[in-house]
Design a protein around this ligand. Structure first.
Ligand code: NCW
Length: 447
């Protein structure tokens, strides 16, 4: 038995996102989002599930905060639903939407829990999608106006901000692979959207500085690690491309003001040329205060000329898989964290998401999710090891507090440390809840 001690000021938290937990989609003046449209389109979401009710956290947020209080977290990462604030995307403000988040944030503060706010976790107002969505630069301006309103409204109450969650998913997963809303399959479109997301991020950061809002701001890319199958140059380069698509593509522009040339060339060769306007990169390169890292899985990769656009394929080396099919690989977490620190420097990092899909159910009033505990233990240990290697990690936030609407997988995939019965909406703390409570209470990990 060994103990790993975390720094005294290390923060522990849990994360959720508006569309995945709130429900109440037609209440409180909220307008429709692209996820309402997508989930109500037959064949898009498993079992025809949608977020109409989800965990009903819009009405049960006090119960959820009581759970967090019991858990002992310092931080709650949640997202604001843009269509709850601007039902028409821009223009007229829905005061009832603001009032909801005020009630919630006040309750968090009363309970000594720091709110960390994500401005965009995928629920674009449908009216903006009708005008081209993120492909249209007007959406960038609408995002900045929405961000400004939230900054001013919650200035002093919320001190940690994230602009956009997982821009790779918003661009490529949603507009090239087509698995998420709005479900397009067009690489050129996805490349353009990735650029507009970075622009929206940079412009929102600039507005945050102009307004002199107290606090820190960053964004939350999802990252992965691809370990080359062999030392052959071709395998090494294929893995660099695979990772470059998720990691360098979104981090280089912010830290260096340029896109990675090897990716620009690959996109161009696939009829998806990057189109930048004068001044864009200046906006994008606004200094951030921290980055949020979302990490779930990684694997071994190798070159395969038939391996899609990037000619890379992942090789099944026998890593265990989670119940959503993602490879469990804590070593990859360490590798990507040290890679980011080596490449982008001392920037403070919050792990803004890390967790596992395990579908264990309630038996005799408890959920014995030992596989989740094992996963969390291994991954928190990787965070500790990264800290020791000099990565400037300030906190760890697990995904998720609750089982919730898992996008295209509907309610079939459970990531929570608290079980939700979707019929009764009853919450049941899993064994992992109690395990995490101990880790937080001690701020050390027993391995
Ligand atoms: S789907 C996804 N997730 C999960 C979601 O619940 C959360 O809102 C997200 O921030 C858990 O964490 C993120 N990420 C997508 C991962 C990429 C999947 C790649 C599929 C390739 C076809």
């Amino acid at each position: 038995m060994a103990y790993i001690q975390f720094p005294e000021d290390f923060k522990w938290g849990v994360a959720t996102a508006a569309y995945q937990i709130e429900g109440a989609v037609r209440q409180g003046g909220r307008g429709p989002s692209i996820w309402d449209t997508f989930s109500h389109t037959p064949g898009k979401v498993l079992n025809g599930d949608n977020g109409d009710v989800a965990c009903d956290s819009y009405h049960r947020y006090e119960e959820d905060i009581a759970l967090m209080k019991e858990l002992g977290v310092n931080v709650y990462r949640f997202s604001v639903s843009w269509p709850r604030i601007f039902p028409e995307g821009t223009g007229k403000v829905n005061k009832e939407g603001l009032a909801f988040y005020h009630r919630m944030v006040d309750k968090l503060l009363e309970n000594g829990i720091e709110p960390m706010c994500t401005l965009y976790h995928w629920d674009l107002p449908q009216v903006l999608q009708d005008k081209g969505g993120w492909d249209n630069r007007e959406t960038v301006e609408a995002f900045v106006a929405y961000s400004e309103l939230i900054f001013k409204e919650f200035s002093g109450k919320i001190k940690s901000w994230l602009t956009i969650n997982e821009p790779w998913c918003v661009s490529f997963l949603s507009n090239f692979i087509g698995a998420h809303a709005p479900g397009n399959q067009d690489l050129a479109l996805a490349v353009n959207i990735s650029h507009h997301l970075l622009l929206a991020h940079g412009k929102a950061v600039a507005r945050f500085r102009d307004l002199d809002i107290p606090g820190k701001i960053g964004f939350a890319p999802n990252v992965t690690w691809l370990e080359p199958y062999s030392r052959d140059q071709e395998d090494v380069e294929a893995c660099r491309r695979g990772m470059g698509w998720m990691v360098d593509w979104f981090l280089d522009p912010i830290f260096t003001g340029t896109y990675p040339a090897f990716m620009v060339d690959w996109f161009a060769a696939n009829q998806a040329p990057l189109q930048i306007k004068d001044g864009d990169m200046e906006w994008i390169k606004q200094p951030v205060d921290f980055i949020g890292i979302n990490y779930y899985e990684s694997n071994v990769g190798r070159h395969n000329p038939q391996g899609g656009m990037l000619e890379v394929e992942s090789v099944d080396m026998g890593y265990k898989k989670t119940d959503i099919g993602w490879f469990i690989n804590a070593e990859g977490f360490y590798n990507v964290l040290t890679f980011i620190a080596d490449k982008y420097g001392e920037i403070p990092i919050y792990i803004t998401e890390n967790g596992i899909c395990i579908n264990d159910g309630v038996e005799d009033g408890t959920v014995n999710d030992q596989r989740r505990i094992d996963y969390l233990k291994g991954h928190i240990a990787a965070v500790a090891r990264s800290l020791k290697s000099g990565v400037n990690i300030k906190g760890y936030i697990t995904w998720s507090l609750l089982d919730n609407f898992e996008w295209a997988e509907g309610y079939s995939k459970r990531f929570g440390i608290v079980h939700v019965n979707y019929r009764t909406l009853e919450r049941t703390k899993k064994e992992s809840f109690f395990w995490y409570q101990k880790v937080i209470g001690n701020s050390w990990l027993e391995v």
